[in-house]
Design a protein around this ligand. Structure first.
Ligand SMILES: [Zn+2]
Length: 409
C-alpha cells in the first residue's frame, strides 16, 4: 500500500537532512546540518535546495553567531505535508489530520466501532473525505502537476488494540470490539479513500507520536504505558519502537504482579489486568455504591469515578489508588527489564486517573526515579494520543530515515 507520492524525497540522505532540520523547530544553520548529519557540505547544499523547491523547508531568517557573516536558518514548513490518523478504540473512533509536527489541524470523533466493520469503514472514509474537503487537502499524485505545494496528503495511519497483523494490515482479534475479527482494515480503508494506509498497535502509535512530536529518542530508551480499556506497553531505543516478531511486544495485561488473590481468565492468578482494566474499576465502583453513568461508555465512566474521587469520595479514591499501585508494581518490573531513561504514561483514560494514581506509581518507582537522569511523565498528547500517534506512524514511515523495511536503500 505504499504510494509513489514521496519518491521525490525518498532518498535516505534527504530524509536524514529533513529530520535534522525538523529536530530544530526554531531553525538551524546549514553548517549545523552538515555537522549533525555527517554529510558533505555539497550534499547538504544540494538537498536543502531540493527540499526548499519541494516546499518542505524554508528560510527562517538569519542568526549572527560570532564574527563573520550571519548564516541563514532553515526550518520545516509544518503544513507542507499532512497525514491522517485513525484511532480505532472500543470507546470511540477518532479521525485526525496532522501536520509535519504531528499537530492536529482538524479532528472529528465518531461513534464507537459497531459489529459491522464494513459500515464502520464507510463512516471513517466519509469523515476523512469531509476533513480533507474542509482543509483543501489533496492526495499528491506523482504525475499530477496541478496540486498546490502545501496541504499535500501523505496517507493514513491506523492505530488499534492488539491483536493485529501490521504487515498484512489485518485486525485479528481486538478485545472489546466484537465483529472486528480478521478485518483487512488497511486494504478496506485504502480502497475507500484512495490513500495509502498502514496499521499498528495503539501503544506503538502513542509512543511514535511522543517521539515524533517532541523529537525524543536519540540515544534514549523510552518505556510507554498506554492506559485505556486495558493496559499495554511499548519500548523504543534510539527513536525506533520495538515491535517484536509479530507486533505483539508489550502485551502486559497478564503480567503477574505478585498478588495471588484473584483467578484470571487466562488460568493463572494475580494478573495485572485484574486490577487495572477499566471495566474492573467500573465494577468496583458499582459494588461500592458509586453512581456510574448508564451505557457502556468506558471513558465517561472513568471520568465519573475520577470526579467522585475529586469531590471527596474515599471509596473512589481507594479504587483509583489501587489501579495506581498495581500499575506501579508493573512499571517497577518493566523498568528493571528495559532500563529506560524515560517512562511516559498516557492513553484515553489516563488524564482522569493521573491525579490520584500518580502518587502510588511514584512510590513504586522510587528506586528507578533515584537513578541518574530518569524522567517519569504523563503524555504530552492528552487523550487523543492514539489518533495523533496513528498519524505520526505515517509521517515516520514516509519521512524518517532508517525505519526498517520502508527505509530507502
Ligand atoms: Zn491472566
Amino acid at each position: 500500500m505504499r504510494g509513489s507520492s514521496m519518491t521525490d524525497i525518498g532518498e535516505f540522505n534527504e530524509k536524514l537532512v529533513l529530520q535534522t532540520i525538523r529536530s530544530s523547530p526554531d531553525g538551524i544553520g546549514q553548517s549545523d546540518v552538515v555537522r549533525r548529519s555527517y554529510l558533505s557540505r555539497q550534499a547538504v547544499s544540494l538537498i536543502t535546495r531540493r527540499l526548499v523547491a519541494d516546499g518542505l523547508i524554508e528560510q527562517a531568517g538569519r542568526r549572527i553567531s560570532g564574527p563573520g557573516k550571519p548564516h541563514t536558518l532553515l526550518r520545516v514548513v509544518p503544513d507542507a505535508r499532512l497525514a491522517i490518523g485513525v484511532h480505532l478504540d472500543p470507546a470511540h473512533i477518532t479521525v485526525v489530520v496532522c501536520d509535519l509536527a504531528a499537530r492536529p489541524v482538524a479532528m472529528v470523533s465518531l461513534d464507537p466501532p459497531t459489529t459491522d466493520p464494513q459500515a464502520d469503514i464507510v463512516r471513517i472514509a466519509a469523515a476523512i473525505a469531509s476533513l480533507n474537503r474542509s482543509l483543501g487537502a489533496m492526495h499528491m499524485d506523482a504525475d499530477d502537476e496541478v496540486i498546490p505545494i502545501r496541504r499535500r496528503l501523505l496517507g493514513i495511519g491506523i492505530a488499534a488494540p492488539a491483536s493485529l497483523d501490521a504487515t498484512e494490515g489485518i485486525l485479528r482479534n481486538p478485545p472489546w470490539m466484537p465483529g472486528w475479527r480478521d478485518v483487512p482494515v488497511v486494504d478496506a480503508l485504502g480502497a475507500a479513500t484512495g490513500l495509502p494506509a498502514i496499521l499498528d498497535k495503539d501503544t506503538n502509535a502513542a509512543l511514535t507520536g511522543e517521539i515524533w512530536s517532541r523529537h525524543l529518542g536519540s540515544a534514549q530508551t523510552i518505556l510507554y504505558v498506554y492506559v485505556g480499556h486495558g493496559l499495554g506497553s511499548a519500548v523504543s531505543a534510539n527513536g525506533q519502537v520495538h515491535r517484536g516478531g509479530s507486533t505483539q511486544a508489550g502485551e502486559i495485561g497478564h503480567l503477574p504482579i505478585g498478588r495471588t488473590s484473584e483467578p484470571c481468565v487466562c488460568g493463572r492468578r494475580g494478573c495485572l489486568c485484574l486490577y487495572t482494566d477499566a471495566s474492573v474499576l467500573v465494577d468496583q465502583a458499582r459494588a461500592s455504591g458509586i453512581s456510574m453513568p448508564d451505557g457502556d461508555g468506558m471513558t465517561a465512566a472513568i471520568d465519573a469515578l475520577s470526579a467522585e474521587a475529586e469531590s471527596g469520595s474515599e471509596a473512589a479514591h481507594e479504587i483509583i489508588d489501587g489501579h495506581g499501585r498495581a500499575l506501579g508494581e508493573a512499571l517497577r518490573i518493566l523498568a528493571a527489564v528495559h532500563d529506560p531513561q524515560r517512562i511516559i504514561i498516557g492513553g484515553p483514560t489516563w488524564p482522569a486517573l493521573r491525579t490520584v494514581a500518580s502518587a502510588p506509581i511514584r512510590a513504586a518507582l522510587g528506586e528507578w526515579l533515584s537513578g541518574p537522569g530518569t524522567v517519569l511523565e504523563s503524555s504530552h498528547l492528552g487523550d487523543d494520543v492514539g489518533a495523533i500517534g496513528a498519524a505520526s506512524l505515517f509521517l515516520e514511515q514516509e519521512l524518517a530515515p532508517g525505519t526498517g523495511a520502508s527505509a530507502a536503500p
